[in-house]
Design a protein around this ligand. Structure first.
Ligand code: ZN
Length: 101
């Protein structure tokens, strides 16, 4: 997936930032980060807000893509910390991941 990388300090982010939060430079270049990663932490959502009620229960996970970059992921399946997951789609600005077998 696409990400932005600070050309000064190598900070990576998937969101558009005007200034690098680490070094305060405006020196982002577009980069590509892996579409797969590992589950760093997660929360199971059993009582979902109305717009997501059809998906409950589901997992909202923090997925590590690189040493520095973690993304918030929507995962329908049950997962555990350390599981390998892969990006399935970007739906309504949410990163939908699924377990990788
Ligand atoms: Zn920086």
């Amino acid at each position: 997936m696409k990400a932005n990388k600070c050309s000064n300090c190598q900070y990576e982010t998937i969101v558009e930032l005007a200034f690098c939060p680490k070094c305060q430079q405006q020196a982002f270049n577009e980069t590509t980060v892996p579409n797969e990663g590992t589950v760093y932490s997660f929360t199971t959502i059993r009582i979902a807000p109305p717009e997501y009620i059809e998906y409950a229960p589901y997992q909202v996970a923090l997925v590590s893509l690189t040493d520095q970059l973690k993304v918030t992921a929507f995962i329908q399946d049950e997962v555990a910390i350390g599981d390998s997951v892969i990006l399935k789609e970007v739906r309504d600005n949410a990163y939908v991941f699924e377990p990788q077998n």
